[in-house]
Ligand binder design. Structure first.
Ligand code: ADP
Ligand code: MG
Length: 332
């Protein structure tokens, strides 16, 4: 990224807005491609797939007012826009590779773009995922990223491979993002480094976990819409049911302490945690625990896959509990 340029005509009120191509050049084009044959600047990017690997492709879109508050910090937004896509690669067990960025901007705000690009490239570089193209247009602020990853042959962690008797595992903790959102909507200005705010604004895609699970997990999904909703997707695709032991749920400490909301309900229904939920055979328990230790990432067994359909919640004494929760559905 170059610095601010001064060779443009300026009015007394403010500098004239930069054009589309200058914007791409200044904020998104970082020179010759490193991971692909040809990157930004031509009609298409060119990728030579790695021999013997299967490509994994996913798109996620963030819309202002729906997925983030209009005054969201641009740096966090740059991070989150790519993080949620990397999370999909993680849930498949894929290695990140490259991505494209389609962005609609209501106006050209250079400070906003600088913040957005720095958050975006910080996480892109950390996961060696290269920006190779995109599209830029005027319109209500919308960010759509398509991410490309790859993985060896037939080891992808699909949603439709869970089997009755599998253990149900969860990485990290859940409900932290939902708790932060509650506080923010209640008018609480969370400090940017507040752990709850970080959970919501700077989710950490579990890429290394996904790769480590390639030969251990049968099925996996990343938690974007909430535990119940996302587990429901695995159950539906695998034609199985599931049991969750509520007492085992790794609920975020700040949420568990909160008197204002029901922690269990939030942990089950709240979205945006981007942890991995996965199913694995009971004989792989030791190997999975060892993987968690090696990654310094807590992995918790929260229940099991069962024959039949539907999700049953059990309390600490093993009695079934009814809770009215649903995953977040944009058209529901
Ligand atoms: P075309 O007219 O062929 O669609 P564009 O003029 O939209 O091409 O884009 C010019 C080049 O800049 C292309 O290589 C495109 O992939 C890239 N590009 C456009 N917008 C972005 C962006 N937001 N981030 C990265 N690359 C972009
Ligand atoms: Mg275009």
């Amino acid at each position: 990224m170059g610095g601010a340029r001064s060779d443009r005509p300026a009015t007394s009120a403010k500098r004239a807005a930069i054009g589309e191509f200058e914007l791409i050049r200044r904020f998104f084009d970082r020179g010759p491609a490193r991971r692909v044959e040809l990157g930004i600047g031509d009609d298409c990017a060119l990728i030579a797939p790695r021999a013997g690997r299967t490509m994994a492709v996913s798109t996620d879109m963030l819309v202002s007012g729906r997925h983030f508050l209009p005054d969201a910090d641009p740096r966090s937004l740059g991070h989150k826009a790519l993080a949620v896509n990397l999370s999909d690669l993680a849930a498949m067990g894929a290695d990140p590779y490259a991505f494209t960025l389609a962005i609609a901007l209501a106006r050209v705000d250079e400070r906003w773009l600088e913040g957005f690009a720095s958050g975006l490239f910080e996480i892109a570089d950390r996961f060696r995922c290269e920006l190779i193209g995109g599209d830029t247009t005027a319109g209500p602020l919308t960010i759509s990223i398509t991410v490309l990853g790859d993985l060896p042959g037939a080891v992808a962690l699909r949603r439709d491979r869970a089997e009755p008797g599998d253990d149900l595992w969860l990485s990290g903790e859940i409900g932290g993002a939902a708790y932060a959102l509650h506080r923010r909507l209640a008018g609480d200005a969370l400090a940017p480094d507040d752990p709850s705010a970080l959970r919501l604004d700077r989710p950490e895609p579990r890429v290394a976990l996904g790769i480590g699970l390639r030969h251990l997990a049968r099925a996996a999904i990343d938690l974007s819409d909430g535990l119940i909703g996302d587990l429901g997707h695995i159950c539906e695709r695998s034609r199985v049911g599931a049991r969750i032991e509520l007492a085992r749920l790794p609920i975020a400490a700040a949420l568990a302490r909160s008197p204002a909301v029901d922690p269990v309900r939030e942990a089950l229904a709240g979205g945006d945690d981007y942890e991995l939920l996965f199913c694995a055979a009971a004989e792989d328990r030791t190997a999975i625990s060892a993987l968690g230790s090696s990654l310094s990432l807590p992995l918790t067994r929260i229940g099991a896959i069962v024959a039949g359909q539907g999700i049953v919640l059990h309390d600490a004494r093993g009695a079934p509990v009814a809770i009215d929760t649903k995953g977040f559905d944009h058209f529901g």
